[in-house]
Design a protein around this ligand. Structure first.
Ligand SMILES: [Zn+2]
Length: 277
C-alpha cells in the first residue's frame, strides 16, 4: 500500500520540477489540499532526489511523462521485468527499472530485434527511471521522466545472472585509454549494428554514445547511407553503455520535447570539438 502522505509530497515536488516545462497544471490526488503539502514540504529538508529515491512504488493515475528529461517526473510508471527472454536488468538494488509504459514496451520489442541483428543472446539493461521518475541521488541528470534507458555494450550471457552478479559485474569499456578511439580489442561490427538498430526505431529521439564511439561510427560507415546517424550524438561518459531516449508519448501533454537534432550525420566540426585539448 502506498503511503499517501509521501506519495503526495512526491507529486508536488514533481509539479515543481515540471513547472517551467509544463503550461498545464499537473493533476493532483483528490482529498489532499495543496496547503497541507506545502507545509509538509517545508518541514522536510530532504532534497528532491532523496524524496524520489525513497519512493519504492509508482504513483497512481494514468501513465504520463511530465516535464523535461533532466527536470521532470513520471506518473503511473510500470516496471520492466528483471529477466526477459532477451534482456536482464543489472544493479537491481537501485530500483531503477521503471519507466513510462511506452519505454517498457520499447525495450520488450527492441531487445529481441537487437539480439537477432547482432547475433547476441540479448541485452543487459542499466538504469531506466525510479518508480516515480524524478531526480536521482547519483548517476544521472536525465532519466527523470521514464523515457530514458541505458543499455550495456557488454552482451547478455547465455544464462540468467544471479542478483550478486548483476550487482558486481563491471561493464566493458569500449573506449581506449586515450579517450579518442575505441578499444579495438573489444569493439566489433556488432556494436555498430546494435547502435544502428536503436537509432532506426521510430519512437527513438536520441541515442547518446561517447564521442570516440561516434567518431568510429563515422569512420566505419564511410560512404554508406549515414542518415540513421543523425540521432546518434556524442555525450560525456557513455563508454560502456548506449543511452536511448524516446520521444514524448502521445498520452503526455506535459512532456517537453527535446529540440530536434540538427540535420546531417553529425560527422562534422561539431564532433571535432570533443577531441580538442
Ligand atoms: Zn543514461
Amino acid at each position: 500500500m502506498l503511503n499517501s502522505r509521501s506519495s503526495f509530497s512526491a507529486a508536488v515536488t514533481c509539479a515543481a520540477a515540471a513547472k517551467s516545462a509544463a503550461p498545464v497544471p499537473v493533476p493532483l490526488p483528490r482529498n489532499n489540499p495543496l496547503k497541507n503539502t506545502e507545509q509538509e514540504n517545508q518541514q522536510t529538508s530532504k532534497p528532491a532526489s532523496v524524496l524520489f529515491s525513497e519512493q519504492k512504488l509508482p504513483s497512481f493515475g494514468r501513465a504520463m511523462a511530465i516535464g523535461y528529461y533532466p527536470r521532470g517526473c513520471l506518473q503511473g510508471g510500470v516496471e520492466l521485468p528483471t529477466t526477459g527472454p532477451t534482456w536482464q536488468v543489472m544493479r537491481l538494488s537501485r530500483n531503477r527499472n521503471w519507466g513510462h509504459p511506452e519505454l517498457v514496451k520499447f525495450i520488450e520489442r527492441f531487445a529481441p530485434l537487437a539480439a537477432k541483428a547482432t547475433g547476441r543472446k540479448g541485452i543487459l539493461i542499466g538504469d531506466m527511471a525510479q518508480p516515480r521518475g524524478g531526480p536521482l541521488p547519483f548517476g544521472h541528470k536525465s532519466h527523470q521522466t521514464g523515457l530514458d534507458v541505458d543499455m550495456w555494450f557488454m552482451p547478455m550471457p547465455d544464462r540468467v545472472l544471479s542478483k550478486e552478479e548483476r550487482e558486481n559485474i563491471k561493464p566493458s569499456n569500449l573506449v581506449a585509454a586515450d579517450g579518442k578511439h575505441v578499444n579495438d580489442e573489444i569493439w566489433s561490427a556488432a556494436d555498430v549494428t546494435f547502435i544502428r538498430t536503436a537509432a532506426e526505431q521510430p519512437e527513438v529521439e536520441r541515442v547518446l554514445v561517447n564521442a570516440a564511439i561516434k567518431k568510429e561510427l563515422c569512420r566505419a560507415e564511410g560512404n554508406n547511407d549515414r542518415s540513421w546517424m543523425s540521432k546518434v550524438r556524442p555525450w560525456y561518459g557513455h563508454d560502456d553503455h548506449v543511452h536511448v531516449r524516446l520521444k514524448c508519448p502521445a498520452d503526455s501533454p506535459n512532456c517537453e520535447a527535446q529540440p530536434a537534432v540538427p540535420g546531417g550525420d553529425g560527422c562534422d566540426k561539431s564532433l571535432d570539438h570533443w577531441f580538442a585539448d
